[in-house]
Design a binder for this molecule. Structure first.
Ligand code: ADP
Ligand code: MG
Length: 226
């Protein structure tokens, strides 16, 4: 089991009283699975992904990822743990604008110290080739198309060779052709043994997943075969 959520809730205090962004959620994901998370805006998709990455913490319940109960880690430990275990891909890419594409991909390796600087450069170059944008390595993010930036973000997510890749609406800002290419890239990661959790609005993108988790109002209402 790569990802386990046991009766997890994420509750926000609000002026109207406690609000459950997620409630009573239990889900286990095997290594090598591709999971699509779907649901209306506000249904809790990002909250779910942020609990798995440890960006957010459960109010109650247990989150165990790659064998670690995340509640046992303090903030500093958590960010080091995340750097080695989880690659994250965002809707708006979140590349650092003043660094080149190559430098963006090298950044997590530097942060985690998984490789010496020279090898980090070699690995980042290989990853950019793998996602099909080796020729963009020395450009700034703003010089790339949205699809190219998302390819760079996927390369960055793979930099430390984490077992898990989380993608929160990775195709939400891309045209349908480019979106299909990015999805194919995520499927290649699964074929290479990664565990991939993708949030998507598009039900048709979800059919490529092993399982589709449907959220409504913070609860899992359906888990379907993709
Ligand atoms: P989704 O990604 O499916 O659109 P989110 O996980 O971002 O949904 O949000 C789930 C619910 O939690 C939404 O109703 C949202 O308004 C609420 N929410 C998110 N963050 C906060 C917060 N900091 N305080 C109060 N409510 C929040
Ligand atoms: Mg969201």
């Amino acid at each position: 089991m790569m990802i386990e959520l046991h009766d997890v809730a994420r509750i926000y205090p609000t002026p109207q009283g406690p609000f459950a962004a997620l409630d009573n959620v239990s889900l286990t994901i095997d290594a090598g699975e591709m999971i699509a998370v779907v649901g209306a805006s506000g249904s809790g998709k990002s909250t779910l992904v942020n609990l798995i990455s440890g960006i957010d913490r459960a109010t109650t319940g247990r989150v165990v990822v790659a064998g670690t109960a995340l509640a046992t880690l303090r903030e500093g430990q958590l960010s080091r743990w995340r750097g080695r275990h989880v690659g994250i891909v965002f809707q708006f890419f979140q590349l650092l604008p003043t660094l080149t594409i190559l430098e963006n991909v090298m950044l997590p390796i530097d942060f985690c110290g998984t490789l010496p600087a020279r090898e980090a450069r070699v690995r980042a170059t290989e990853l950019l080739a793998r996602v099909g944008i080796a020729d963009q390595a020395n450009k700034l993010p703003a010089a790339l198309s949205g699809g190219q930036q998302q390819r760079a973000a996927i390369a960055r997510a793979l930099a430390t060779d984490p077992p898990i890749v989380l993608a929160d609406e990775p195709t939400g800002n891309l045209d349908s052709t480019t979106a299909a290419e990015i999805l194919a890239l995520l499927q290649e990661l699964v074929a290479a043994g990664k565990t991939v959790v993708t949030v998507t609005h598009a039900r048709d993108l979800a059919r490529h997943a092993d399982r589709v988790v449907v959220l409504a109002d913070g609860r899992i209402v359906e888990v379907a075969r993709g």
